[in-house]
Structure formats: C-alpha cells, structure tokens
Ligand binder design. Structure first.
Ligand code: FES
Length: 197
C-alpha cells in the first residue's frame, strides 16, 4: 500500500509525533503545551515586579516629604559682617546661608541682600529679590540703580520702582548692630512688598 508524503518517507507510514512538541501543531503533548503558558506567567511576573519597583521609587520623595519638617518661613537675624567692613554710603551685596534649611534645599538655602551703610551706626538693607516675580536684582553703582535682568525692572537707590513691570518697591529688611557686628532680619523665602500708589 502506497502512502502520500505527510512528514514520512515515500511509501512509509507518516512519522509519529515526537514527545516534547513545542506547541502550535494542535497535538496534546502536555510538556510542550505548558511552556507558552509558563512564559506568559513569567513575563507577567516581571511586569508586575517592574511596576511595583517603579511605584516604590516614585513614592520615596512623597513619603520623605510627609515625614520631613516643613519649610521655615519666619524671619531670622543673619550676621553679615563687622561694622568696619562697610564704607559709608556704599551699597554692597551680602550673602548668607539659611540657618536651618530643609534637607532638600540645596542652593536654595543660599540667600543675599543689599546693604548700605548710612552713617556710623545706621544701615539700610534691601531684599535682593525683584518684586515682580522674584529674580535677583543687580546693583549698578555708576547708575545708582537696581536692575532686574528678567523683564527689565528698574529700582532707584531707595528701592522705588522707576521702570518696568514691578508694581512694588524692593522690600526693605531691618538691620541691627550687636557687638560691632551687622545683622539683617531676613526670611528664607522672598517677602512681598506694598503696591505702587
Ligand atoms: S522679575 Fe524683575 S522685572 Fe520681572
């Protein structure tokens, strides 16, 4: 009896399916049929594990913020130098570090102000932050002006607005002398000033 070629040799009965079939042929080999299911399960587990890890990493800052102390907003006296460091009628930038910064503050813990010595015992200080949207202003000695580079705000030597979008003068900061040292009452975040009338 002759047979058609269906996987065997001409004239021979077709080959029997081998055990360990890789699936897709419709055979009922249990070992071969179980492998795709296991692979799907394995890939599923990797997906779940990756999503869980990503959620955990994303949640760390949130959990840290919940348990960390809130950012401080009250003003504190900051030592900026000895009285003899400053010349009368000279406006200079003084820098200081927030005394109790939040752990995540980084460069934001650095602060600054402009200080002018009026006479032997009197000083005037201005916040460095423009009252428009908070960019630091620069003192131009030759023009006797504070210039804001962000949107062209200009303040005179007393901090009053003379040009640009700011509506309020530069914020004045209290000063005091203690044992020959100059201190400024400064806040870690900019404070707003009064509106221009
Ligand atoms: S922030 Fe100073 S002019 Fe806008």
């Amino acid at each position: 009896m002759l047979y058609r070629v269906t996987g065997g040799r001409l004239g021979q009965p077709p080959d029997k399916p081998k055990s360990g079939c890789s699936g897709g042929c419709g055979c009922s080999d249990s070992a071969g049929g179980a492998r795709p299911t296991s692979r799907r399960e394995f890939l599923g587990l990797i997906g779940v594990g990756t999503a869980g890890l990503a959620a955990m990493v994303a949640g760390i800052p949130i959990i840290g913020a919940l348990f960390s102390k809130p950012a401080r907003s009250e003003q504190v006296w900051q030592l900026v130098g000895s009285i003899d460091d400053f010349e009368i009628d000279e406006t200079v930038k003084v820098e200081f570090i927030d005394d109790d910064p939040a752990p995540w503050a980084g460069p934001a813990a650095r602060n600054a102000a402009y200080l002018r010595r009026i006479d032997d015992e009197e000083f005037t200080a201005f916040s460095i932050y423009c009252t428009h949207v908070g960019c630091p202003v620069a003192w131009r000695e030759g023009a006797s002006l504070f210039i804001c580079p962000c949107h062209g705000g200009v303040f005179d030597r007393e901090g009053e607005v003379v040009a640009g979008p700011p509506e309020t003068p530069l914020v004045r900061l209290d000063t005091r002398l203690r044992d020959g040292q100059v201190e400024i009452l400064a806040a870690p975040v900019p404070v707003t000033g009064r509106r221009r009338s």
